[in-house]
Design a protein around this ligand. Structure first.
Ligand code: ATP
Ligand code: MG
Length: 429
């Protein structure tokens, strides 16, 4: 048994091969059926000629609809008109699973494709995106492994709200209400006292009520935390990690990028160091570009777009005003109105893919900020303990996997960066 990709080669010409997969396209004229077979590796054309296969198999080939699963044997021949330049001239055509009239045809509304997501994920675009996502992940895993980070498994059910209580999902937990994790950060922080460098890939949940093309209610969050690392060291990790991820995808997925018509010239240029721009400088730049904002305004999608539209390399924006960021970040001694933190903005207008910071180690400051935010300090007692027993400077960050996929694949909407997007309006299928 060969894969579709393996068939498409000069060495196969004249040889007998067997393939299996699903019918991607089919048409028949007179005594000949032209079918295109799809499998995990790609597509290959098959011609089934009356007389070259048993009569009942020819009848089956004529009848077999799109998405029928089939096993086909035949001889490979060169054919310039076929996708990939080769085709199989069939001597055997077996239907494994019939397909009813497939509900997805060429032009479909976005809504219908979301309703039929369980079938739409078979599309070649979705398949390419899944492969690129896996390749980015593999690049990250290898980088972490080479740099002595330990992969850990934090809980998803939790009582804390690292990113603030407004976007929490509550779940009934026996006779209490608890939350779905927004971030594993606090748990990762607790693990650095033994492992020093840790990372985790977990789902994060955020009740994002505003509908934007870059927010999901559930996303895969890749988080890292390391002892003895300051904010600058934290940014070094981010630029190396992102570079390793992108390079691995470029190496493993050239065909997938081609299929998505993603111009990879700019991705090829990505390498450390990434430019660092202070929040103050970003404000100045944005004001010059005509944005009506002032010190203290948050940077949303529109501002991040202006900052990155003419860039090919990601950009760090550092030292945000405290009001804009969560309570656990370390105060910036050079300007105590700000934190020692960074957002990493992907280029080409894309915007934030990572948020990171050095962490506050002063429990008095943490308590003060929690009280200001009216958080119930009781659930944070264990978190405060971490600063009582051998506290060390440390930093970490969170990278949204679907964000990086959306940027690297240059997708219009983050929902296509995951097989089953969860949004305000949708939990089906
Ligand atoms: P944004 O301002 O874009 O909403 P954030 O500041 O809330 O992001 P963080 O809390 O720093 O984000 O989370 C870390 C990373 O997780 C972000 O940089 C982003 O890549 C990703 N992320 C955050 N919220 C979402 C979401 N709703 N859907 C998908 N990815 C997200
Ligand atoms: Mg957010």
């Amino acid at each position: 048994m060969l894969s579709a990709k393996e068939v498409l080669s000069k060495d196969r010409v004249g040889k007998k091969v067997e393939v299996r997969g699903w019918i991607y396209r089919t048409r028949s004229s007179g005594g000949i059926v032209f079918a295109v077979l799809r499998d995990a590796t790609g597509i290959v054309q098959v011609t089934i000629k009356k007389g070259n296969v048993p009569e009942d198999q020819f009848a089956a080939a004529t009848k077999a609809g799109i998405e029928s699963s089939v096993i086909i044997a035949g001889e490979v021949a060169e054919d310039k008109r076929a996708p990939g330049g080769y085709e199989i001239r069939a001597s055997k055509f077996l239907v494994v699973g019939d397909s009813e009239a497939f509900p997805i045809t060429e032009y479909q509304s976005t809504e219908l494709l979301l309703d039929l997501r369980h079938l739409w994920i078979r599309s070649r675009e979705q398949t390419a995106i899944s492969r690129i996502k896996a390749s980015l992940l593999r690049g990250a895993r290898e980088w972490y492994h080479e740099n002595d980070y330990v992969e850990v498994t934090p809980p998803i059910i939790t009582g804390v709200a690292p990113e603030g209580s407004t976007t929490l999902f509550q779940v009934k937990y026996y006779d209490r209400i608890v939350y779905l994790s927004q971030s594993a950060q606090f748990y990762l922080e607790s693990l650095i006292y033994s492992l020093e460098r840790v990372w985790a890939l977990t789902p994060s949940f955020r009740a994002e009520k505003s509908r934007t093309p870059r927010h999901l209610s559930e996303y895969w969050h890749m988080e890292m935390e390391a002892a003895w690392v300051d904010n600058e060291g934290n940014m070094k990790v981010q630029e190396e990690l992102v570079t390793a991820m992108v390079r691995n995808a470029l190496k493993e997925c050239p065909d997938e990028f081609k299929l998505l018509k993603r111009d990879i010239r700019s991705l090829k240029k990505i390498e450390p160091p990434f430019e660092r721009m202070s929040y103050d400088e970003a404000m100045e730049y944005l004001q010059k570009k005509g944005h009506e904002i002032s010190w203290g305004s948050d940077l949303g999608a529109v501002e991040e777009r202006t900052l990155t539209i003419d860039r090919e390399i990601p950009l760090f924006v550092v030292n945000y005003p405290k009001e804009l960021k969560p309570f656990y970040m370390k105060e910036n001694p050079d300007d105590p109105r700000t934190y020692k933190n960074s957002d990493l903005l992907a280029p080409e207008g894309f915007g934030e893919i990572i948020g990171g910071s050095e962490r506050e180690t002063d429990n008095a400051l943490i308590m003060e900020r929690l009280k200001e935010k009216c958080e119930d300090t009781k659930s944070y007692e264990w978190y405060l303990d971490l600063r009582k027993y051998g506290s060390v400077p440390h930093s970490g960050f969170g990278l949204g996997m679907e964000r990086i996929v959306t940027w690297v694949c240059k997708l219009d909407h983050i929902r296509d960066a995951t097989p089953y997007p969860r949004t305000v309006a949708r939990v089906y299928p």
